[in-house]
Ligand binder design. Structure first.
Ligand SMILES: [Zn+2]
Ligand SMILES: [Zn+2]
Length: 340
């Protein structure tokens, strides 16, 4: 059980490295990587980020600290702690995780140089959160960021043989296109806070040893899973979706039944889900491709959508983006099948 993207108080995380080891050790994880931010100093925003303390100030003491804590983590929990960095550059717009590093990497250079430097140290270069999410928050430039993903994904053809793995899942996001394009992938929490323990994680099939883990990631000997801390107040998803949808949109079919749209091109599956949801008292609508789903959303304003991510015409991923950017952005969404 692995989580290889974790931020501590050395950059913008809320927990110290010791606390992180306690949290993951007590939860039964086998391997974690500490990957605090190292930002460039080329833009005014990245200089602000340095001032805000979101970038490591003293890289030497950062590595020293990880080394000390790693010994204790191994003895106390049998937890392997890998030293790493998240190298971020706002000019070229990339975030790259370097795993198993011993020395700093210069973030004031093109992505290619960063990847080469990571490999020179024997480390693993992972493209962090290849879609747009975090860059959007950091730059605050909504329009331009909304229109393009991070540099590495945009120019992925150039990086096919350079990047060791793409972060297909980051916290709650799942970016299925990486798997669809057949690229090596990994899932991490991008942990900044205790609550991020519940998130996508990787199950790596290898010995608990750094070289073996790096090899397994390169050779795709891993699978993804969503790690959830047990909570007594957690309810089954369909019920929670209905209640939340009602609270946010207030729509129903006039008889007080919450409306759910099922969008999937497999008719048998749609019928099966429709049968179960109707039996639970929901008012159910169906669509068999993305465009039809988009039309039904406008017409029926459902409270929730059960969505297939791979549909003809307009796929579920694009549909999600359209919904989130429209007046229907509060509709609850869930997928009806495993994506990978
Ligand atoms: Zn990042
Ligand atoms: Zn991060």
């Amino acid at each position: 059980m692995a989580d290889l993207h974790i931020h501590s108080t050395f950059s913008d995380g809320t927990e110290s490295i010791e606390e992180i080891v306690n949290i993951f050790g007590e939860t039964g994880f086998d391997v974690i990587a500490i990957t605090d931010h190292l930002f460039d100093t080329q833009t005014s925003r990245s200089l602000e980020i340095h001032e805000e303390g979101k970038s490591i100030k003293d890289v030497q003491s950062y590595f020293k600290k990880i080394d000390e804590v790693a010994h204790w983590a191994k003895q106390h929990f049998g937890l392997l702690v890998i030293p790493g960095l998240e190298i971020c550059n706002l000019s070229e717009d990339y975030h790259i995780l370097g795993l198993d590093l011993k020395e700093p990497i210069d973030p004031n250079q093109e992505a290619e140089g960063v990847i080469d430097d990571i490999h020179r140290q024997g480390g693993l270069a992972i493209a962090s959160h290849p879609p747009l999410k975090l860059s959007f928050f950091l730059q605050g430039d909504n329009e331009s960021i909304r229109r393009h993903p991070l540099h590495l994904w945009k120019h992925r053809a150039k990086y096919f043989n350079k990047i060791d793995a793409w972060e297909i899942a980051n916290r709650d996001d799942l970016f299925d296109r990486v798997a669809l394009e057949g690229l090596p992938y990994i899932a991490c929490s991008d942990f900044h806070d205790r609550e991020h323990l519940s998130s996508w994680k990787s199950l790596i099939f290898s010995e608990k040893e750094t070289e073996a883990i790096k090899r397994a990631i390169r050779e795709r000997e891993l699978s993804l899973f969503y790690f959830s801390e047990k909570r007594r107040d957690r309810k089954p998803v369909p019920i929670r979706v209905g209640e939340e949808g009602a609270a946010s949109t207030g729509s129903s079919d006039g008889k007080g039944h919450k409306k759910i749209l099922i969008a999937d091109d497999e008719k048998d599956l749609v019928e099966l889900i429709r049968y179960h949801l109707t039996a639970k008292g929901y008012s159910v609508f169906t669509a068999f491709n993305g465009l039809e789903a988009w039309e039904k959303i406008q017409m029926e304003k459902p409270d929730a959508i059960v969505l297939d991510l791979m549909m003809p015409d307009l796929d579920g991923w694009d549909l999600c983006q359209m919904i989130r950017r429209s007046e229907h952005k509060d509709i609850s969404l869930c997928s009806d099948r495993r994506i990978i």
